[in-house]
Ligand binder design. Structure first.
Ligand code: ATP
Length: 257
């Protein structure tokens, strides 16, 4: 069983369904992007997988098991979410925020033994925020906040990673760091599903593209299996002006017409 995440006929939303009849699966070692226009339901899809939106129909299997009725702690041991806009309470230290990622394993009241403190430090080092561990969260830049949240996600050490626009506040090099680190984590027996607004980054760094339009999954693409013009035709369904180019060495570029 190498399907870590499997979604069958999922409809999820708030008062009414926002995403409908969504089916896909993600295997161990896969990094998949969710692409779609503003308001099409990307965040709601991720929330439907973690409990933030109501599942109205369908089934979500985490590591082969239907997660309906699981308590939050059991779920958090399987799936970690980097929300689109995470709030960090002023007064909390960076190290304390990253340690929250360990709660599904340790509970909130554990002060953390040496091994736990080392896990937090290693997660911080992975996203190069270990020099900020004693800093008050209120004193961070937006990009530093995003890196701290990524470190919290790493500390959680769940096999399924969900990331909602994880690079919005990151500079050029930290965006590369993000993709390098998530790729390393995925290669180490995890999978990731990442909402992105940059199709070039998605093509370049992700194995799969899930295209969402009006709350429906309209395409599920394995990038390596499609030619440049097929990828462009698929992406034009979402972004009519997009032009996709693949350089000789395989890198992708996307520009508007
Ligand atoms: N808490 C909520 N209650 C009711 N409707 C909501 C709620 N959150 C989002 N929606 C609606 O659900 C739809 C999809 O929103 P969602 O945030 O999932 O889109 P998105 O694809 O992530 O958008 P963006 O790219 O702009 O972040 C929108 O029409 C939005 O107004």
């Amino acid at each position: 069983m190498d399907k870590l995440l499997e979604v069958r006929d999922l409809s999820a939303g708030y008062q009414r369904p926002v995403v409908q009849n969504i089916s896909f699966s993600i295997r161990k070692g896969e990094l998949a992007a969710v692409l779609g226009r503003n308001g099409c339901g990307k965040t709601t899809l991720l929330r439907g997988l973690t409990g933030g939106a109501k599942v109205m129909e369908g089934t979500v299997l985490l590591d082969g098991q239907d997660c309906a009725g699981w308590d939050p702690r059991r779920k958090a041991r399987k799936v970690a979410l980097l929300p689109q806009r995470a709030r960090l309470l002023p007064g909390l230290l960076v190290g304390e925020v990253i340690a929250m990622g360990r709660y599904p394993w340790t509970g909130p009241l554990s002060g953390g033994d040496r091994e736990e403190r080392e896990r937090v430090r290693a997660a911080a080092a992975r996203f190069e925020v270990d020099h900020l561990l004693d800093r008050d969260c209120a004193q961070l830049s937006e990009g530093q906040r995003q890196l701290v949240q990524l470190a919290r996600l790493a500390a959680q050490d769940a096999p399924i990673l969900l990331l909602d626009e994880p690079n919005t506040a990151l500079d050029f090099d930290n965006t590369a760091l993000l993709f390098d680190r998530i790729t390393q984590m995925v290669e180490g027996e995890k999978c990731a599903l990442m909402v992105l607004h940059d199709p070039a980054l998605a093509l370049d760094r992700c194995h799969r593209l899930l295209l969402l339009d009006g709350g429906r999954l309209v395409d599920d693409i394995t990038v390596a299996e499609r030619r440049e013009e097929e990828l462009q035709a698929a992406l034009r369904r979402l972004y009519p002006s997009i032009r996709v180019r693949r350089e000789a060495e395989g890198r992708f570029y996307c520009l508007p017409d």
